[in-house]
Design a protein around this ligand. Structure first.
Ligand SMILES: Nc1nc(=O)c2c([nH]1)NC[C@@H]1CN(c3ccc(C(=O)N[C@@H](CCC(=O)O)C(=O)O)cc3)C=[N+]21
Ligand SMILES: [Mg+2]
Length: 300
């Protein structure tokens, strides 16, 4: 038996189509064009690719896209001044500062500077707290995309055993909160979990978000389980030629797909959903900031 491969690229396109639809209605009915600002500090080639792709996707949905590229030696004061001006700019509804930032800057302090209403990464303590207490929050893009895909694939998630591997603020913790909201029985496993293999074997839903290439082998997967691979790891691929690399997830795809019921590939799985949900969160922010109804189908 071989798993059904979940096509994140195709599902992301359906989310982006909904986003574009909401954007055109916001423009026609309220003269509001949602705007997303992405801030990049320093010159990391991988980050520059993401930022460019985000800009293209944002414009394709009819939204305003602004990119700020700052030199690596930018001071905290100068970065905060930019964030303050974006917070105050009525044409901007979402602000994302691309991580990682250079060592002399604090990611925690940067996130704290962003208006929680415009925190489309859902990283602020305000949004984390709202999510954890079951209130209307901005949920991190990757977990939101995973939740939408899980609902689309499995329907009602109620009562399912979900095991999340990884406890990051960006993915593991908000993923747990979202699945709990949908009445899953949630376990967050991590590097100190005593018997990770046995823990994962209980799961109807596995979300792997640790950032360690291919660490989850197929024999940890319960037959028929749904496997969501959040990892995006670049590893050497000498078979493609000297110095070449390829992308792999945190799951050993080849062995896991023989056991799982459904599985996301890398690339083409969770990555495209993350970008689509960033756009969804920006539309949601634009609606909330302007006191309008939530966009249907784009929130948790
Ligand atoms: N504040 C902040 N928020 C983020 O959400 C954030 C960030 N910083 N820093 C960097 C990481 C990385 N990230 C990705 C999103 C989409 C793909 C994606 O679409 N990947 C494609 C493959 C792209 C390729 O081929 O390289 C895929 O998985 O199919 C990858 C990586 C968001 N991040
Ligand atoms: Mg991702």
């Amino acid at each position: 038996m071989s798993a059904q491969i979940l096509d994140g690229k195709a599902f992301a396109a359906t989310i982006r189509a909904k986003v574009a639809d909401h954007v055109s209605r916001l423009m026609a009915d309220h003269d509001i064009q949602p705007g997303l600002a992405v801030v990049l500090v320093g010159e990391d080639p991988a980050s520059e690719v993401y930022v460019r792709n985000k800009g293209i996707a944002t414009r394709e949905c009819g939204m305003k896209s602004v990119e700020h590229k700052l030199p690596a030696e930018t001071s905290a004061e100068d970065l905060y001044a930019l964030i303050d001006s974006l917070n105050a700019d009525p044409s901007i509804h979402g602000i994302l500062v691309q991580f990682p930032v250079p060592d002399h800057l604090s990611e925690r302090d940067i996130v704290a500077r962003i208006d929680p209403a415009k925190d489309v990464d859902g990283l602020s303590v305000v949004n984390a707290g709202l999510l954890a207490s079951g209130q209307q929050a901005m949920a991190s893009c990757t977990p939101l995309g995973c939740l939408m895909l899980l609902r689309d694939t499995l329907g009602d998630l109620s009562g399912k055993d979900a095991v999340i591997i990884g406890r990051s603020n960006l993915v593991g913790k908000p993923m747990a909160q979202l699945l709990l909201r949908d009445s899953c029985t949630v376990t967050i496993a991590h590097s100190r979990t005593k018997d990770l293999a046995e823990t994962v074997r209980r799961a109807d839903i596995v979300v792997a978000a640790v950032g360690r290439p291919q660490m989850v082998p197929g024999d940890w997967i319960k037959p028929g389980a749904t496997v969501i691979d959040v990892g995006i790891n670049r590893i050497p691929a000498p078979e493609k030629g000297e110095g070449k690399t390829r992308l792999v997830g945190d799951v050993d795809f080849d062995s896991a797909k023989e056991v799982a019921g459904h599985i996301t590939p890398v690339p083409g799985g969770v990555g495209p959903l993350t970008i689509a949900c960033l756009l969804a969160n920006t539309v949601t922010a634009a609606c909330r900031i302007n006191g309008l109804d939530e966009p249907e189908g784009l929130t948790a």
